[in-house]
Design a protein around this ligand. Sequence first.
Ligand code: TXA
Ligand code: MG
Length: 340
Amino acid sequence: MQTQLLRANDPEAIKTAARILQDGGLVGMPTETVYGLAANALNGKAVARIFAAKGRPMDNPLIVHISEFDQIYPLVQSVPEAAGRLAERFWPGPLTIILPKSGIIPDEVSAGLPTVAVRFPSHPVARALITAAGLPLAAPSANLSGSPSPTTAEHVMNDLSGKIEAVLDGGACGVGVESTVVTLAADPPRLLRPGGVTLEQLREVLGNVALDPAVLHPLADGVRAASPGMKYKHYSPKANVIILDGSFEAYKTYVNSHAAPDVAALCYNGENTGLAVPAVCYGGERDCGEQARELFDALRKLDEMKAKTVYARCPEPKGVGLAVYNRLIRAAGFEVLRLE
Ligand code: TXA
Ligand code: MG
């Protein structure tokens, strides 16, 4: 199959993409977080094609995207008052809310769980596409399963060209890491995946919010993942990533004494000049928003450099930095070395 690359600013592009979705096809679409691979969420066969194209395990459920608040009602059993308060503050935007699902959600979407994840994205192209299709859209990140999430149309083409009908190019994503996932099907509500909406902000609206242990730690053997996506090795470049936790001075000393032909560094802006190995920067040391925006592209660049070992600076797990830390420890298979 030939994948069409559609420019979102071409007035025909949204119509073409909407028609593909109505016909059961797959479209890569920009959102404010990362690019999604969209299909009609109410068509189990179309949704099954998403799993095939990505090589995604069938037990990992998908997020359903809407473009107006009221579209949530048919998808869930009921809309609790807490969901209304979250939506009021954070929708449209990078927050996904999990609730008990209604009967119209195909099993392919929820992967057999009794719940469904719903998100109202703020990206104008995503909203226009959902509205033009007249359908809720199931969409995981538009990468091959296991590789870093895509933040440009080019990333999507690199991973999925030939496997999907079209990619809608809307430029680079503003947030850069996937949405915050919170479940209201638990008491107290629980943060399953950190993202652009922070834990601190969720607590301002909901009061008590539990932090799922899988956000910061590997799952113990035999423990069932609350969010199945959290159990997989994720966001991994081909290189072996090791996070070095400590000052830049300690990092520099460590990296330079381990310099070798296949070694590379993942550091903050401006730090590359002091290092004896090739380096990719992923934002300013104190700017976790920039780190989030640049992390996945940086991981892909390290692959292009064919690095075998990557030493990474350790993000501070606060605010949006918690999302950056969560993605990077997965890319590193939880390997964090504390430097003196
Ligand atoms: O920002 C985003 O959320 C992007 C864009 C495209 O919207 N989408 C995205 O989807 O990141 P995906 O499939 O890559 O990640 C969805 C996460 C997975 O960890 C999945 O296990 C979890 O949400 N999830 C989905 N439905 C769930 C459910 N019913 N219960 C628990 N976790 C769920
Ligand atoms: Mg994903």
